[in-house]
Structure formats: C-alpha cells, structure tokens
Design a protein around this ligand. Structure first.
Ligand code: MRU
Length: 350
C-alpha cells in the first residue's frame, strides 16, 4: 500500500491514524490539508513527512496568485514556513523544503509556470531517491544481521514512514528477502502505538515473523537472551552521532548496552543535521496531553492530572554500534565519519 501518491495535481496520503482498521486516503488539493495531516500524524515518519512537505509546497505554489516571479518566490517561502512549523524534530521536513526552495532559486530567472514544473520534478526526485536510499540501506546492513537473528525494533520506520520499503524495517525486509530466517519483536510504542498499529501490520502483511510486546517487556526479553540486535530509525542525527527517535528509544538503547546487544540506527543522510553539534541541540516535540490520558479514545487517567508528553528522545552516540545510511555503514567516531560523508544542508546559491 502506498504511503502517498501524486495523482493529477493532487497529493493522496494514506491516513495512518486509521490503520490497521481501515485504509483511507486523504486527498490534498491545498497545502493546508497537508500541513494538518502532518500535525495529526496522518502522515508520519521522518522521510515521509519530508516528501509530503515537498509535495505540499508544490500545492501551495499552485494556489498562489502571483503577478510576477518575485511575488511567486515570496509566496512559496511563506508556504514553506507554514509547512516547516508543523513538526519540529524530524530534520527531513526542513531538508526537503529547503531542497525544493533551493532548486527554485537556482533556476532563476524563470516564469512562475516554469518554476512550478521544476518544483514538482524536485518533489518527485526527493520521493524516488528516498525509496532508492532505503533499498541501499537494506543491502549495506546485511553484514550486520546474522542468520536466524531475533531483532527488536521500536516505533515504525517502515514503508509507511518513508517513500516505501523503510529504513529500520527496510533493513529487516532486506534480511528476510536474503533468506536470513530472521524474526522480529515489535515494541507497541506508547502513547500512539506506531509499533502495534503500523510495524506489526506491515510485517504481518509481508509474512515476516513478528511478535508484538508492550514497551515495558523489552528489558525482560533481553534478560532472557531472546534478542540478538536492535535496529531503529531516526528523526534527526546530530554531528556527533546522537540520534533523536520516538520516545522510548533511549531506554531500549540503555537496555541493549546492559545486555551486550548491538544497537543500530538506520537513517538516510537527509536525517543527518551537521549544523547541530550534539543531541542536546535537537528540538523535541511535545504533544497533546490527551495522547497520554486516553487510550483508544477512552479516558484512562484522572481528570485534570498533569501530563508530560515528549514525542521523541535522544540516544547518545556511545550507545550506537553503527549508523546504517544510504551511503554505507558509519561507525564511531561519528563526528569524523559523518562529516566525511559530505552531508550538506541545501543552501540558496543565488
Ligand atoms: O511521531 P512519528 O510517528 O512521526 O515518529 C516516527 C519515528 O520516530 C520514526 O522512528 C522515525 O521518524 C524514523 S522513520 C523512517
């Protein structure tokens, strides 16, 4: 099932809040619909929100009534600002928006009509490159996955979180396709259950053996010797290798260290942010208290209780055995080895 599709000048987004119960697409013909879908997590996962935002920017540009190129550029920048403000942690969002803006500015002088075509082409390229990058990550990671490996993952870093195939789940898919006879433990991932609703759903559909556990079972699972390695995705990786990912990832990494289990992060270079020296600089989204006080629409906490609901945490680089990127495996020292990959945020060169 496609996470998103561009069809006849509209973006169709699979509404992930409705999975696994129903597969419903949201038809976006206005960038505000895309922005709302990102905020609501109808589309979620770092690379997927990057690609959706790039298409959203195209929709915003299509809706502009610009009399000339300067007005067009000003309008596109305003739309990009609105889309960038939807979620703060995944750097793929601003990375994708900057990439399209960069392409526009480097194509000047040109008429708005021509710029619109260039923007759409760039959005398609971002989408297609993400898919190709996931396949590459899967190949690079094969050497890390022993035959018969029992793999723990957290949240959803699958086809649904990307243009298709997945980062952490892409690694798992590639190992399965290579005949490694792997099996997966999926953390349910409270509060929004991306592991139970999305990861378990993807793996069941693919026929990859998966066992669902609640988040608080991971320690005991490891203590029983039932996990050989952990692989998760990331929303932003700082220059020193610290990696932000779904809340609960840090706890899993600490447990893995205690039990001598390798902990891997799989992410494309679009998730690496060399402008931030360490993970403490990564902005962490805090979400609505209702996500914690309610479970499946049912109130499970006392009325008026104080809630803290950070959506992500940061795993320090020292707990990460390797970062699996679309350009190959990166090992410590991350500071040196990430900078040598030549990651550069797109900048306007005109
Ligand atoms: O809040 P979400 O569901 O967008 O969080 C997603 C994650 O934390 C993923 O693990 C991460 O974005 C990597 S997706 C390939």
């Amino acid at each position: 099932m496609d996470t998103m599709r561009w069809l006849d000048g509209e973006l169709h987004l699979l509404d992930q809040t409705k999975l696994p119960g129903a597969a419903v697409y949201i038809c976006c013909n206005d960038y505000n619909i895309v922005a709302e879908a990102i905020k609501r997590l109808s589309v979620r996962g770092a690379p997927a929100i990057g690609a959706a935002a790039a298409y959203g920017l195209v929709l915003g540009a299509m809706g502009l009534e610009a009399g000339n190129t300067a007005e067009f550029i000003a309008g596109v920048e305003r739309v990009a600002g609105d889309l960038a403000a939807t979620r703060p942690t995944a750097v793929n969002l601003t990375w994708a928006l900057n990439r399209v803006l960069d392409r526009v500015k480097n194509s000047l002088p040109a008429e708005p009509e021509e710029l619109l075509k260039i923007m759409l082409k760039e959005a398609h390229t971002i989408f297609n490159e993400d898919f190709e990058g996931n396949l590459a990550m899967g190949k690079y990671a094969l050497e890390l996955i022993p035959q018969g490996a029992r793999i723990l993952t957290h949240c959803n870093a699958g086809a649904l979180a990307t243009a298709g195939y997945g980062t952490a789940l892409g690694v798992i898919r590639a190992a399965h396709e290579a005949g490694k006879n792997i099996s997966v433990y999926a953390d349910e991932t409270r509060p929004l259950l991306q592991g139970a609703r999305l990861t378990a759903w993807e793996l069941v559909q693919e026929g990859i053996p998966v066992t669902l556990i609640t988040d608080n079972m991971a320690g005991y699972l490891m203590a029983r010797g039932m996990v050989d390695l952990v692989v998760v995705g990331a929303d932003r990786i700082a220059a020193n290798g610290d990696a932000a990912n779904k809340i609960g990832t840090y706890g899993v990494a600490v447990l893995a260290k205690e039990h001598g289990i390798p902990f891997y992060v799989a992410a494309p270079l679009s998730t690496v942010d060399l402008s931030l020296p360490s993970g403490s600089d990564i902005p962490i989204e805090e979400r609505h208290p209702g996500e914690v006080t309610h479970f499946a629409g049912q109130m499970v906490a006392p009325e008026g209780v104080k809630v803290w609901n950070p959506a992500f945490d940061v795993t320090p680089a020292r707990l990460i055995a390797a970062i699996i990127t679309d350009r190959g495996l990166v090992r410590p020292s991350y500071e040196k080895n990430l900078s040598e990959l030549g990651v550069r945020p797109p900048t306007y060169s005109k």
